[in-house]
Design a protein around this ligand. Structure first.
Ligand SMILES: [Zn+2]
Length: 289
């Protein structure tokens, strides 16, 4: 069932779970995600950054729409970190049901202006809009970027921003970073800031860059009220670590149907862990009440 983010997260927000948002960079990753979320009766967000969208092209978006149409699981197709108005328009035309406009590095007033413009167009065609305030850190090994330091989301500014722009969801900066953290980087989530944000805002909140935060911290963030969590690096590391292993063990392999099944299985294990951690298993039923 294809739906937009506003409707998807309204249920998650009310019932107290988070929907996993997986970055789908190839058709093999799409296969792994869809198989696993169907097995676990979890709703899901299939997302892509502008670079991934350029790489997979529109045909894979059609594949996602097809997958969504033939499963009872709620599915949202989301543009992650839309950088410009044009990128967002391309995504809406391609069939995305949700877009992120990330103008968080622009001056505040300019961020409001472009986000408001995106909301006007997107909402007119029933597409949801996510935005970001504060900055999510970077580890230096992610294509999603980020800034070198983390600027925490200011709850007062966030309220003003939501009221002025009309966004449906907000990505908050509470101490996560994109990519896989180097061993000397010990991130800690500011759950106190998250609690204040939750008390201040009445739209669903999103966590980016949660690939290697401690599980118990992530679980707490879900309990406080995070409704969507982005996962990119973790599933790709699982897939390609297995891929290297398979190719080393079987240098004679050349067929995708020989190489990929084990990689998909390794990837599905990580997907299952995330679904359990975010408490989104067996939640499909809530969308049919
Ligand atoms: Zn992100």
């Amino acid at each position: 069932m294809l739906m937009n983010m506003k409707d998807l997260l309204a249920v998650a927000n009310e019932k107290g779970f988070a929907v996993p948002a997986f970055n789908i960079g190839s058709d093999q990753l799409l296969k792994a995600v869809m198989q696993q979320i169907k097995e676990m009766d979890s709703p899901v967000i299939l997302e892509m950054s502008p670079d991934e969208l350029k790489f997979v092209e529109e045909s894979l978006i059609q594949g996602m729409i097809y997958e969504a149409a033939r499963t009872p699981n709620p599915v949202v197709i989301h543009l992650d970190h839309g950088d410009t108005f044009d990128t967002v328009m391309r995504a809406i035309k391609a069939g995305f049901t949700s877009v992120m406009i990330d103008a968080s590095t622009l001056p505040y007033e300019e961020n409001i202006e472009i986000t408001k413009k995106v909301c006007e167009v997107a909402h007119s065609v029933n597409v949801s809009v996510e935005s970001e305030l504060g900055t999510i850190g970077q580890t230096g090994n992610s294509i999603e970027g980020g800034t070198t330091g983390i600027i925490y989301t200011d709850p007062k500014e966030a309220l003003d921003f939501v009221e002025k722009t009309g966004i449906d969801t907000l990505a908050v900066a509470i101490g996560t970073a994109h990519g896989i953290y180097p061993s000397d980087m010990k991130p800690e989530l500011r759950l106190d800031i998250l609690q204040t944000l939750k008390d201040t805002l009445d739209i669903p909140l999103v966590l980016h860059g949660g690939s290697s935060n401690k599980d118990e911290e992530i679980a707490k963030a879900v309990k406080i009220g995070i409704s969507k969590i982005n996962i990119s690096s973790d599933i790709k590391v699982a897939f390609y670590t297995k891929c290297r292993e398979v190719l080393t063990k079987h240098p004679e392999y050349r067929e995708p149907l020989e190489i990929y099944p084990e990689c998909i299985e390794a990837c599905k294990e990580v997907i299952a862990n995330k679904v359990n951690l975010f408490d989104s298993a067996d939640k499909v039923k809530y969308y049919y009440e």
